[in-house]
Ligand binder design. Structure first.
Ligand SMILES: C[S@@+](CC[C@H](N)C(=O)[O-])C[C@H]1O[C@@H](n2cnc3c(N)ncnc32)[C@H](O)[C@@H]1O
Length: 130
């Protein structure tokens, strides 16, 4: 199992104070560049690798995605994401990106922000996503 620092109470408390945790995508420095790379999301099935508090999952739904699967290792991050409220078009699941398997042909877009640097074998993850 990969290291799971986000479930450590002190780390989680500190992370929760960051601008990106409070303001969401508008508080994330990389968001304008990432957003500019996104295709039209209308009707897409999306997987968010290391979804954290689920800000992108919700944004994607608001911008037309038919379903978003948010995956994260941290129960605390997932609990915060789920607490925002139910959306039948979003599922949050616990998964270790280092051990990930995905059903064939299930997603048309894989998204990830500030999570891949935690992955030990990123080549394996990319093969799985591909
Ligand atoms: C910096 S946060 C980014 C969260 C979100 N993508 C965002 O941009 O706000 C990194 C996230 O990656 C998750 N993470 C780290 N290692 C992971 C792993 N091996 N598998 C799944 N998620 C992981 C953490 O739990 C955390 O939620």
């Amino acid at each position: 199992m990969a290291q799971n620092i986000y479930d450590q109470p002190d780390f989680f408390a500190g992370y929760s104070q960051l601008g990106r945790s409070i303001e969401g995508l508008d508080g994330a420095a990389e968001w304008p560049a990432l957003r500019a790379m996104l295709p039209d999301l209308d009707g897409l099935r999306i997987v968010d690798l290391g979804c954290g508090f689920g800000w992108f999952c919700r944004w994607a739904r608001e911008h037309g995605a038919s379903h978003v699967l948010g995956l994260d290792l941290s129960e605390k991050m997932l609990a915060r994401a789920r607490a925002v409220g139910p959306d039948t078009g979003i599922s949050y699941e616990r998964a270790d990106l280092d051990q990930l398997s995905l059903p064939q042909d299930s997603f048309s877009l894989a998204y990830s922000s500030l999570a891949l640097h935690y992955v030990e074998d990123v080549a394996r993850l990319f093969r799985t996503v591909h």
